[in-house]
Design a protein around this ligand. Structure first.
Ligand SMILES: [Fe+2]
Length: 397
């Protein structure tokens, strides 16, 4: 590594009273007619109540709402949402939801800033050359980290492809991480999205673009997830543990937005795309095996980096009494135990077979598709077709 760049300009408001500051922050961003964008599940779960409460005493109101974002958003949804923004003469966007809502809003912001309805014009480095309209992201899952990342992925059903937008201008102006927004997240989704956040942090530490700042943040996030996740599953209303999990997902998001993801995401993207499995579930299915592959195939410094994960995963005592050479496999064993615990507690599948959706004879197809995934280029060692197939066979069990 001859140099690295680290960019984390998103203002973050976090904590159990963070949402109360939203009207003030919006006004400071110059917003007078913000558009609220969410999905029906969020609205139905009553998650908008604290936001509406914060606006009740403010001299600011939402000019319009769009509550119809589906779990797998598309260019059509983005165009419809942009139309709502324009019809109501809005001047800012507030996204309340998971990765799909936040990514949708990033794309909407591109359209309402640059004009038109054709997102495909804005793909590629340098396609966005100036700041977008004020945009606030309020995550309701503790996983994707999209509130602090430079990317958005939107399906284009007309062309049958996924459009990947990447630009520093896609970073929200503000992220509000308030545990009240994740308190009603069902146990299965809490576990799956936590596995996504954990994978972001782990991959941030070992990928080719890893750097000391990302690693420091990722270690902090891993420790917070390891401590908070069991508490949240035991006591879903534990706001302190919910806050830790939500903040950890944001911290992991900052880490991987700067050091990228690699093998786990490269394979997980294919499992998600082919079988419509939850992204976080796909991460948990692949993570231990990808780490085992990298311990065996990558240079010693990567084994050490994986061994170092034992400290945040298991704590100082376990770390100190484990020999350096044993730490990589001990760290992977902790992740396997976590996976088994999540299976026992919320029925999160442990293996490809247990999903009940993946066909074993499809594994060569998944392996072939993986080789075309951009995340693979960040794996610390090159990965061949046979490597991926062997990994998938082991993950089948
Ligand atoms: Fe992810």
């Amino acid at each position: 590594m001859t140099f690295y760049e680290f960019f984390a300009p998103v203002k973050i408001l976090a904590g159990t009273a963070a949402l109360e500051h939203l009207p003030f922050e919006l006004r400071a961003l110059g917003a007078r007619r913000p558009l609220l964008v969410t999905d029906r599940g969020v609205a139905r779960a009553g998650l908008l109540a604290p936001i509406e409460g914060a606006f009740a005493e403010a001299e600011l109101a939402f000019a319009a709402r769009y509550e119809e974002v589906p779990s797998d958003s598309s260019t059509r949804v983005v165009a419809a949402c942009a139309a709502r923004y324009r019809t109501h003469d809005c001047d800012a966007i507030v996204a309340v939801g998971g990765g799909s809502v936040i990514d949708t809003c990033k794309a909407v912001d591109v359209l309402v800033t640059f004009g038109g309805d054709d997102l495909s014009k804005y793909i590629g480095a340098g396609a966005l050359d100036r700041p977008l309209r004020p945009f606030v992201a309020i995550p309701t899952t503790a996983g994707t980290g999209s509130e602090v990342t430079v990317a958005a992925v939107i399906a284009d059903p007309d062309r049958g492809v996924k459009l990947s937008l990447t630009s520093p201008f896609l970073l929200p102006h503000l992220a509000v991480v308030d545990p009240r927004m994740t308190r009603t997240l069902p146990p299965f989704l809490t576990a799956a999205t936590a596995m996504d956040a954990l994978t972001h942090a782990v991959e941030a530490c070992i990928g080719r673009a890893r750097n000391p700042i990302s690693t420091a943040l990722a270690h902090a996030a891993i420790g917070m997830i390891a401590r908070a996740l069991p508490n949240v599953l035991r006591t879903p209303d534990d706001l302190e543990a919910r806050a830790a999990l939500a903040e950890a997902a944001t911290i992991a998001g900052i880490a991987f937005s700067n050091s990228m993801t690699s093998l786990v995401h490269a394979i997980g993207h294919q499992l998600g795309a082919v079988y419509h499995l939850h992204h976080g579930l796909c991460m948990g299915l692949v993570l231990p095996y990808a780490l085992e592959h990298n311990v065996a195939a990558a240079p010693r410094e990567i084994s050490v980096a994986i061994g170092d994960l034992l400290l945040p995963l298991a704590g100082a005592e376990v770390f100190a009494r484990t020999a350096v050479t044993d730490r990589p496999h001990a760290a992977i064993a902790v992740i396997r135990r976590l996976r088994d615990d999540l299976h026992a507690q919320v029925a999160l599948p442990r293996t490809l077979r247990e999903t009940g959706k993946i066909e074993r004879h499809d594994l060569p197809k998944i392996a072939r598709r993986t080789l075309d995934d951009g995340a693979l280029t960040y794996n610390p060692v090159p990965v061949a077709y046979d490597d991926v197939l062997r990994l998938l066979e082991r993950a089948w069990e």
